[in-house]
Design a protein around this ligand. Structure first.
Ligand code: UD1
Length: 354
């Protein structure tokens, strides 16, 4: 069997890592195509290096642009690649513009498509990720769902016959890296001016938080006033938007410490060392949960609803609540484990083989 993975953005490299490892342990051929949606070294290359992902076989180098321009550039470049490789499966990941482009190109060439992380829904039709995941689920031939909630969404949309519950590949990689970070076989010491347990980790990148200057300014002020020092791992979109609107990020009083995006092992270490996470990222919400740290999600909804149970994750758009929420004590109850057993990637291989 020949499987061709299409990836392009940071969260997809994390999901690709356990899948590439699972394929490497078989006789199947696995071709990796990188669209180039994320191109900065610390948004792309470091993930391949740290997570020991083989270098991409093909790099489309599309870079940034409006959604249509970016997705269109990927589409027009992908036809020739898929035609050359003629894989048995095109495997797409998550909900980015790279996911949608890989799906569209494949279905139009009558190549079977498998969607990893199928069935997630925010029910917010203004989010580009929601368009991407709904369209991909309805076009794909097999839907690899991470949770029962995702399976239920697929059933509601009439897609049960194509859906398989395989668990979450992010659990595979998160637990493997957590253990390697703990025994110091992976990761560098964190270069931050905080002691363990005395800071919160934050990331902000969603359009709904970054694209309106008033919202963005309020958010940054809210983080600086969180009461617990914030380690802000600044996505390029956040840095660019703050520069464009004259919004100051770094605070000399240490309330807000700006750092470049971290490589995956350092991110796991930063979360483990933190008193909590404040984010609008989907993946980081779940990593906080898997690593046993409270999370405050700066959005009105989440795709990962299981994290909300017992209060491990709390949704709020109101940054004035951060002093009470950001470093709140962890819930006393045992954490449920709805995200699989850490062996989901092997089930991807099995599902595609069958
Ligand atoms: C994308 C995904 C989002 C995912 C996120 C993770 C879509 C629609 N969104 O959002 O679901 O959570 O990745 O980070 O696909 N930029 C750089 N260097 C880079 C990458 C981006 O400078 O390596 C800047 C560019 O100015 C670009 C902006 O960041 O215009 C946004 O990048 P883009 O890939 O369009 O979307 P993300 O916001 O990263």
């Amino acid at each position: 069997m020949k499987v061709l993975s299409v990836v392009g953005a940071r969260p997809q490299f994390v999901k690709l890592a356990p899948v590439a490892e699972a394929f490497a342990a078989t006789d199947h051929e696995h071709v990796i195509v990188h669209t180039g949606q994320h191109y900065d070294k610390n948004m792309s290359d470091v993930f391949f290096a740290d997570l020991r992902i083989p270098d991409p076989d093909v790099h489309l180098g599309v870079g940034s642009g409006s959604h249509g321009v970016q997705t269109g550039a990927m589409l027009s470049a992908l036809d020739a690649v898929l035609d050359e490789h003629r894989p048995d499966w095109v495997l797409v990941y998550g909900d980015t513009n790279s996911t949608l482009a890989g799906t569209l190109s494949a279905v139009k060439m009558h190549l079977p498509v498998a969607h990893l992380e199928a069935g997630l829904r925010s029910f917010n039709r203004r989010m580009p990720e929601e368009h991407n995941r709904v369209l991909t689920d309805h076009a794909a031939d097999i839907l690899l769902a991470p949770t029962q909630v995702a399976m239920d969404h697929l059933a509601t949309e009439g897609l049960s016959a194509r859906a398989r519950l395989i668990g979450d590949v992010m659990t595979d990689v998160c637990f493997r890296v957590r253990d390697a970070v703990r025994d110091k076989s992976l990761g560098k010491p964190l270069d931050v001016p905080f002691k363990s347990g005395e800071y919160v980790v934050s990331t902000i990148h969603r359009a709904e938080n970054t694209d309106d200057p008033e919202r963005l300014a309020a958010l940054v002020e809210g983080l600086a006033a969180a009461g617990t020092p914030v380690l802000l791992l600044a996505h390029p979109r956040l840095v660019a938007k703050c520069a464009e609107h004259g919004i100051k990020l770094e605070r000399p009083d240490g309330s807000l410490h700006v750092h470049e995006p971290l490589a995956y092992p350092e991110m796991v270490a930063a979360v483990l060392g933190s008193a909590g996470v404040v984010t609008d990222s989907g993946g980081l919400q779940k990593e906080a949960f898997l690593l046993g740290r409270v999370c405050t999600t700066l959005r009105t909804e989440t795709e990962w609803v299981e994290t909300l149970e017992d209060g491990w994750n709390v949704l709020t758009s109101d940054v004035s609540k951060l002093p009470e929420l950001a470093a709140r004590p962890a819930p006393a109850s045992d954490r449920p484990m709805p995200y699989g057993d850490g062996h989901a990637a092997g089930r991807v291989v099995t599902a595609l083989t069958e």
